[in-house]
Design a protein around this ligand. Structure first.
Ligand code: AMP
Ligand code: MG
Length: 485
């Protein structure tokens, strides 16, 4: 990557400017957005290009230059209109009617090679009518952290937005939670949609069921297409959204991820995970682990995430009641718990090596695993990685051999819970044929990478950037994450 300032590039040659953008949201009319102009920055240094996403856009990695990224997503040349989307939301339980894209806009929408419509949404691209006195900017560290979260979650199988690019923009920013002045960046997120629960909440606030219905038709047409011909498509949409959100939060929980700010303006109507601010991966299994320092009442702590997502879905019923029978909404939401638990159970069993486990001991194994992780405060990710690293067919021979070559677990006979866990794991292994053990070993390896994006690791790649503008550790970490190691 060339960190030098780059000359203007011919727009007509820029593959990002000749993509086939679809005015899907724009065509809904200006009740849903404001046209804005991007900030002009003193500097443009390309810091990240996510080449893994280019083939999804039908682009040849080799054919896209660093200058193409900068011209399109740092200078925003040749693309109009740029739309700040309007939305409201419940923030920490309080309704906020002053929200909206305050430091970003919808750059454009493109159909990827998989046939799905994606948004390019900016973060840190300047003020808008919704900036509420903020500077409209994103710190460089904020950009670095969001890139890492999205890649890590994606590689753990979580449905998430990803970052297409990040450009350092050369402004000094003042923030209470970073040593200031701190560096600035603009980031472009590729997501399935930027329509939020809060987009509907705003239309309800202004008593515009007509606009809600138009938006819901748009959502179904683009993101729930298979429901288009259905007589009760609206009820089916909500029931499916409930399932998508339940699945997503189960994925976060199994991945040991704490989103930190589950306000309804950060909940996507497509059930995709996005917007990573003060998130954290849990170091150990602590139900009350809270990632945002300003979350004084632990509202969005790790173990509250399922109930908070359910509550957000319930609050979304208010604006949807104008379109969908309340009885249908209730019936849709009633599936949340069962769907969440089934998905979480299946994902956790996979982390324990089992693609399928129909034996009655499965629930007991999960229960003991969580109890052991919570009581021992052993590293959450480390434990599963150690299972993958040290797995041996010998574990079938006797319980005392389970995990006995790992030095992170208690020695046999020193922890009753761990011993019970070993007895049960050993027993379950004996339900399988010897030649199935390879499959278990492979599942353990695939589900449990060594690299866990814990805060100290993020800080360890940020530090060289901060101290010496050395980006190598950051790039190496992404490479490791992307290779599933
Ligand atoms: P977030 O906590 O990132 O989901 O942001 C909540 C709201 O605050 C959104 O409407 C953002 O656009 C807005 N916002 C956050 N940071 C800034 C900033 N530096 N300048 C302007 N608006 C901001
Ligand atoms: Mg947000």
């Amino acid at each position: 990557m060339n960190p030098a300032e780059t000359p203007n590039h011919e727009n007509s040659d820029n593959p990002f400017l000749t993509l086939n953008y679809e005015p899907a949201l724009e065509s809904l009319g200006d009740d849903y957005y404001d046209e804005v102009v991007a900030a002009e920055f003193p500097q443009h240094i390309l810091r990240w290009r996510n080449d893994a996403l280019l083939p999804c856009l039908g682009l040849d990695t080799q054919a896209v230059t660093d200058e193409d990224f900068i011209t399109a997503f740092g200078k925003f040349q040749g693309r109009k209109p740029l739309l700040a989307l309007r939305y409201h939301g419940y923030q920490f339980g309080e309704y906020n009617s002053k929200l909206g894209d305050g430091r970003g806009f919808l750059y454009g929408q493109v159909r990827a090679t998989n046939g799905e419509l994606y948004d390019f949404g900016t973060k840190g691209s300047g003020t808008t009518p919704y900036s509420r006195g903020g500077d409209g900017m994103l710190t460089l560290k904020g950009g670095v952290r969001e890139i890492l979260a999205a890649e890590a979650l994606h590689c753990l199988g979580v449905r998430t937005s990803r970052c297409l690019t990040m450009i350092e923009t050369g402004l000094p920013l003042w923030r209470g939670d970073e040593p200031s002045p701190t560096r600035s960046s603009v980031m472009v997120r590729m997501s399935s949609s930027h329509i939020r629960f809060g987009t509907f909440e705003r239309l309800h606030f202004f008593r515009r069921p007509d606009l809600s219905k138009k938006l819901l038709d748009h959502v179904i047409e683009h993101y729930y297409r298979h429901l288009l011909g259905e007589k009760d498509k609206y009820a089916l949409f909500y029931a499916e959204l409930v399932k998508r959100v339940a699945k997503l939060v189960a994925q976060w929980m199994a991945a040991g991820f704490c989103h930190a700010v589950l306000n309804t303006d950060n909940m996507s109507i497509t059930g995709e995970s996005f917007d990573y601010g003060p998130y954290a991966f849990i170091p150990t299994y602590d139900p009350y682990f809270t990632a945002a320092y300003f979350d004084y009442y632990r509202r969005y702590c790790y173990s509250h995430q399922p109930s908070i997502c359910k509550l957000n879905l319930e609050m979304l019923q208010e604006p949807l009641k104008a379109i969908i029978d309340p009885a249908d909404l209730e019936a849709g939401l009633a599936n949340f718990n069962e769907y969440y638990h089934a998905t979480y159970r299946s994902l956790m069993l996979k982390k324990l090596g089992f693609e399928e486990l129909s034996y009655s001991e499965a629930d007991e194994l999960l229960h003991l695993t969580i109890k052991f992780l919570q009581d021992s405060q052993i590293g959450y990710h480390e434990f599963f990685y150690e299972m993958a690293r040290t797995f041996s067919p010998k574990w079938r021979d006797e319980p005392g051999l389970v995990l006995n070559t790992s030095n992170i677990v208690p020695a046999s006979g020193t922890s009753p819970i761990f011993d019970d866990w070993c007895v049960l794991y050993h027993k379950i292994l004996n339900y399988f044929d010897l030649d199935h053990l390879d499959t278990i070993s492979r599942t353990l390896t695939n589900q449990n990478p060594q690299t866990a994006l814990l805060r100290p690791l993020i800080e360890s790649v940020w530090e060289p950037i901060f101290q010496a503008d050395n980006w190598q550790p950051f790039y190496e970490l992404i490479k490791k994450i992307q290779s599933g190691k």
